[in-house]
Design a protein around this ligand. Sequence first.
Ligand code: ZN
Length: 254
Amino acid sequence: MSLLARANARKLLRECCITKPEHIDLEKIAAYKNLFIEEGDIRSHTARIHKSDNCGIIKISSKLKDKGQRNFVIAHEIGHFINERNKNFTSCTASDLLGINSKKEFEKDANAFASELLMKDEWVWEFTAKRIPGADLIKDMCEYFNTSLLSAAIRYAEIGKYPSAVILSKNKKVVWSVLNKDFRFKWLPPGTPVNGNSYCYDYFNEGIMDKNVNKILADAWFLQDKFYRRNFYLNEQNIYLTNYNAVLTILWED
Ligand SMILES: [Zn+2]
């Protein structure tokens, strides 16, 4: 249903006459839908929404300090309101909001909605068209689209014109990966051990985070991929995510 969720986000942008990302004010968009936003302690969850057919209350954790992350979470909750007409209550954990592996379809849909609302595809293509992938581009996307680092990274890997991959790793294992449809390699499932030849591994092994762009053999990530080729090099750059004690890896070809 993610396509419908994305269509819902685009419809909302049209209703609110929003044609540029800088026009987005989520508090106003929420108010337009009779949604009230409050902050507070919600224990183990990051956000939740109580709703009826025509109105609702979004509550987000007061522990959310990052402005972009907070924005993505609010957009996600608006997504629950619009995507799911028959539910009165949804409670979202950090992992529901973190990435793409949730087994709950409605959480994937809320993330798809938020991603489209904040980073409509045309805006992303225009902003990234003349730039190569890497940590600087993802951080600039966060700033420009006022969204979370992970959502920007996923969005770029999904629709960026430059074939790339983003990988989230924790405890020496891949949590999820998003590979652009034109990226040469196609297979990096959750649970894959982080290879000792990657620069990402250095963080888990030695606590050292090399922030530079490094050339690396594809063996370090895609030895099991059926499109694997010997002596094929990729660019690798890593960002350490303090909040998650995890590493975000960006890979791309020359
Ligand atoms: Zn949710």
